[in-house]
Write a new protein. Sequence first.
Length: 399
Amino acid sequence: MTANPYSWLEDALTTIHRADWYRSVQTIEGRSGAVVQMAGQAVINFASNDYLGLAGDDRLMQAAIAAIQEYGTGSTGSRLVSGHRDLHEQLERAIADLKQTEAALVFSSGYLANLGTVSALAGKRDLILSDQYNHSSLKQGAVLSGATVLDYAHCDMVQLRQLLEQHRDRHRRCLLLTDSVFSMDGDLCPLPELLALAETFGAMLLVDEAHATGVLGAMGGGCVEHFGCTGRAIVQVGTLSKALGSLGGYVAGSATLIDYLRNRAAGFIYTTGLSPAATAAALAAVAIVQQDPDRRAQLWQNVTQLKQTLSQQLAANIDGDIKLLPSASPILCLQVASPAIVLHLGKALRQAGIFAPAIRPPTVPTSRLRLTLMATHEGEHLQRFTTALSQAMQSGLER
Ligand SMILES: *Cc1c(COP(=O)(O)O)cnc(C)c1O
């Protein structure tokens, strides 16, 4: 008789529990928004990537319903076979317009857009240099490509230059990978410096605008617009699932790049095209991003206000155990000493009607509460958060 070949799963889970790394899903009831229902209780939502509050917006919902009525629910095949609709083309033109690029290509998720693009742009003879804090989809794309992959310390341009000097010549092509807004910290990549290095060393530069599109830049074009780098030779990847309130991903860049990816990106070719509903909702969202800059201004006003209040509040906290990490986005992180403390804070806030997720290793190097702000948060929501945080911090000390 042989041993159960799956028994190691129990052991692995036990290890995860012991490290306070265990994770499970939580149900959100009803429609997305700044306030959502969880377990029958209304909670203020600081956990969503829906920065502009569009995922529950009537205009997106109506666009999705109209698309379902016209085209049905599924796109029924690969975009290259039976899955392509004129909606996809309209969305790709709208994204190219938002990004001020020649062209764009829509994928079925941001994760797939990164896997597909990175693995199509680099191969065995090539070099990929990647920020250590990059999103999982960039890291997995790099592995999938078969290229030599070297990580540089977070935003460390001195180290990146050294790596380029040491290794660039020994490889055919070189690809630099970076998040533009880092998803677990909220800081920005040094885009102008990255571009300068890319040009000096003849490297391609791919930036992941997942948390920046619709959020940064006067027109919502993202970090590239924010830094005044519009029109430069950058491969921009992003998602339709965050500020755009839908589902799916995209790549924006030169017409040649997009034509190449349509023919070579496995994550585009061998998967079903984006559904009509998701496509139409994203299309409606891009129009709102472009036509309603006040929505973005409201988001940034909320960011400024909460940051101010939090820095005052934390400065008064003699304990000094909680630190607001540097951020230039609507992602604000409160770093704490241990997974146990952050779990305690998350639970205490939850009891006070606040949903602010505790993020722990191995997702991030240090435990933190990660808050995301929305344009649709009201002053009272922010106030209730800071009050609940004070109480949660006190109860933490008494424990
Ligand atoms: C969310 C995210 C993705 C993945 O996008 P999905 O559309 O959710 O698959 C990729 N990169 C970054 C930086 C992200 O935050």
